[in-house]
Design a protein around this ligand. Structure first.
Ligand code: F6R
Length: 366
């Protein structure tokens, strides 16, 4: 049932070229520049004209929401607020008739997310579900939505569901931006094409597995890790840190790279590995200077970079080199080595990576 893999987590990481493909299939026609999503089409006018979009989710799904915030704001020019479902539901949030709320959930059963949208629905909000489990409570409660089609996720740590969430959310944003006219035809068609190439590029990234296993050996005894990124890669830094915490029980923090100097840089010494999610994007040069700040304090820099980047290898202790991709697409690639790193460190430390201590696959209690 693990298809020849040692663990479900590894199997699910390796399924991603297929699961992302399944998620795009029948929806994205890159050649014609068409995105078909019937659930979203039904509410397209409301989404386009929304004064803001609220996204509610927990954990890894919340990180997908953060990436979506950057994408929606950039492409659709609609303000987005991303909320922890647990905070949103208890603080008497301001929800008006016709507000658009996107609930993101792999299991579709997360109690906090479910109650958060139940309350918002009573106040007249339109609920769109981005859910993996077909027929689950959150999907039934939503007015419409789009399934992620990643198939059952058995490993407790979410991996393939996350990249499928990113693929769905990117398609929704592209569709709305195209309809609203906030994206040029040229950029729209470039992004459609790039999206269609993601499964092949993910397969390319998975070839780094052996070298990431060696990195895991090298760094497995660290007590703490920092994960840093900017822009679209900032939520990926958060996700990388969460994966490591869950699977290897090593304390890890994700941070926006530029916030380092406002506090956390005090932690840096020769024992601290710092993972930079630094693929080629508008922020790249800035991230490289953040790397230099870490190096100057003797931290160990592990840099996730893009093919052809010549500056970074000279600054980093270790590099993980990814195929080039548009910055909006890059998170679907840059998260992969972080999933693998967490997996291999967990295995190297002898832990049960499919069932990490204290965690349940779906959190149906508040
Ligand atoms: C992390 C993880 C959790 C879930 C969170 C939300 O690897 O699996 O953080 O992402 O519990 O679960 P869903 O997406 O099922 O609502």
């Amino acid at each position: 049932e693990k298809g020849g893999y040692d663990h479900f987590m590894l199997k699910e990481i390796f399924e991603q070229p297929q699961t992302i493909y399944d998620c795009l299939r029948g929806r994205l026609d890159a050649d014609k520049g068409m995105i078909t999503m019937s659930g979203i089409e039904k509410y397209a006018e409301q989404i386009m004209n929304a004064n803001r979009i609220m996204i509610v989710a927990c954990g890894t799904s919340w990180h997908a929401g953060l990436v979506a915030e950057y994408i929606f704001e950039e492409l659709c020019r609609i303000p987005v607020e991303v909320e922890y479902a647990s905070e949103f539901r208890y603080r008497n949030p301001v929800v008006h008739q016709g507000d658009v709320i996107i609930a993101i959930s792999q299991s579709g059963e997360t109690a906090d997310t479910l109650v958060a949208i139940e309350n918002a629905k009573e106040n007249g909000a339109i609920i769109l579900g981005v859910v993996n489990a077909v027929g689950s409570s959150i999907s039934r409660l939503s007015h419409a939505g789009a399934y992620t089609h990643a198939g059952p996720e058995i490993g407790v740590a979410s991996t393939k569901a996350f990249t499928a969430q990113l693929a769905v959310l990117t398609m929704i944003a592209l569709k709305i931006a195209h309809k609203k006219g906030t994206i040029s035809i040229e950029k729209y068609s470039i992004l459609c094409k790039e999206l269609a190439e993601v499964p092949d590029k993910v397969a390319e990234v998975l070839k780094l597995d052996d070298s990431i296993r060696l990195l895991a050996e090298k760094y497995k005894d660290a007590y703490d890790f920092l994960y840093l990124g900017r822009g679209y890669n900032f939520p990926i830094a958060l996700e990388g840190a969460l994966k490591l915490k869950e699977i290897s029980y090593i304390h890890a923090e994700g941070y926006p790279a530029a916030e380092m100097k406002h506090g956390p840089i005090a932690l840096v010494d020769e024992h601290l590995p710092v993972v930079f999610v630094a693929t080629k994007d508008a922020y790249h040069e800035k991230v490289v200077s953040n790397m230099q700040e870490i190096k100057a304090r003797k931290g160990k820099v592990i840099a996730v970079i893009t093919e052809g980047d010549t500056v970074t290898p000279s600054i980093a202790d270790d590099v993980i080199i990814l195929p080039p991709a548009h910055e909006i697409i890059a998170p679907m690639l840059s998260v992969i080595p972080l999933q693998l790193l967490a997996y291999h460190i967990g295995v190297a430390k002898g832990y049960d990576v499919d069932k990490p201590r204290n965690l349940a696959k779906s959190v149906t209690v508040e």
